[in-house]
Design a protein around this ligand. Structure first.
Ligand code: DGY
Length: 326
């Protein structure tokens, strides 16, 4: 009997065929709708492997019904949608897709920073709406990025890749992280700060920390109040790191100048979300890693990991290493 692999989102033929060559594969095929929870649970109950995405809750309820599940290959570097402790207890290997998305996500983060600072979305709308009738000295002026101070909260691989891009813009680089990053300090002149120092000094505060119990709700109203009034806040990691209501209030009160957001508390956001009425907010639909090359590489990593488990090897990007003792 071939192992049964359930894929929770429609993947390109190339990926589907790679899996179908070796396994009995089923896939959720509705492109604009996530797999309903009831179907995910029903499929997981029979699955030997799941290829999941970040909107799938992979939790104790799922594991307790998934008697033969061996591996969950999550198509993301983040794994906050997965209960790792429950996975290890149930003997299920959890794998993610680090490295292959680092530069692509850093590119998008920096593009979002530039777009927000230079009001690019607003300017593009202005042209599309036929409002561009003349050139004027202060028309759609934004703020400079070059030679400013960037404050990176979360100096992991993506944070470091953003710092490299910032160095190319002659920015002064501040960072806050659980551990000091000696390489970034030596190579890029990055300066370690406390969280409060970073908030007070940075012109651009960029959140790239992973979502976990230490970072959930990290940014509250008081933290936005500590930032400069002309500071720009960028979030390209996970929405729940921010108290969204506090950010809305800070933007409305002029405590910070603008925000560029690729992630939100509850995704997708509705068309009536307050952010969408704010001219000083650039909102993107969680596309940090969304280049064709990178998404193919992420799915390729998921396939590698599934194959490794069924071929008796350790998956390359195993997250819950303690599963090996079960
Ligand atoms: C990740 O990899 O964690 C992204 O947020 C999903 O693209």
């Amino acid at each position: 009997m071939k192992p049964f692999v359930y894929v929770t989102r429609k993947v390109p033929d190339e990926i589907y065929e790679r899996l179908a060559d070796k396994y009995n594969v089923e896939m959720w095929t509705e492109e604009d709708k996530a797999v309903p929870r009831s179907i995910l649970l029903e499929k997981a109950a029979k699955a030997d492997a799941l290829l999941t995405v970040i909107s799938d809750a992979v939790d104790e309820v799922l594991f307790s019904q998934a008697g033969q599940l061996k591996v969950v290959a999550n198509m993301a570097v983040g794994f906050d949608n997965i209960d790792l402790e429950a996975a290890s207890r149930h003997g299920v290997s959890i794998c993610n897709t680090p490295d292959v998305l680092t530069d692509t996500t850093a590119d998008l983060t920096f593009a979002l920073l530039l777009a927000t600072a230079r009001r690019m979305m607003e300017a593009a709308e202005f042209v599309k709406d036929g409002e561009w009738t003349s050139w004027a000295p202060m028309m759609l002026v934004g703020t400079d990025v070059h030679h400013k101070k960037i404050g990176i909260v979360g100096m992991g691989k993506i944070g470091t890749a953003v710092a490299k891009r910032a160095a190319g813009f002659d920015m002064e680089i501040l960072y806050h992280n659980r551990n000091r990053h000696e390489v970034a300090e030596e190579m890029l002149g990055a300066q370690y700060c406390t969280f409060d120092e970073l908030l007070a000094e940075a012109d651009f505060v960029v959140c790239l920390a992973p979502l976990n119990q230490d970072t959930r709700g990290l940014f509250q109203r008081e933290h936005f109040q500590k930032m400069k009034n002309d500071a720009i806040f960028i979030n390209a990691s996970r929405g729940p790191i921010i108290n969204e209501q506090a950010l809305i209030e800070a933007l409305t009160a002029g405590e910070i100048a603008a925000a560029g957001l690729d992630v939100f508390d509850k995704e997708p956001i509705n068309a009536d979300h307050p952010f969408l009425t704010m001219k000083n907010v650039v909102a993107l639909p969680h596309i940090g890693s969304a280049s064709k090359e990178t998404r193919m590489a992420m799915m390729g990593t998921c396939c590698d990991n599934i194959e490794a488990v069924f071929e008796g090897r350790h998956p390359k990007t195993l997250v819950n290493k303690d599963v090996l003792q079960f």
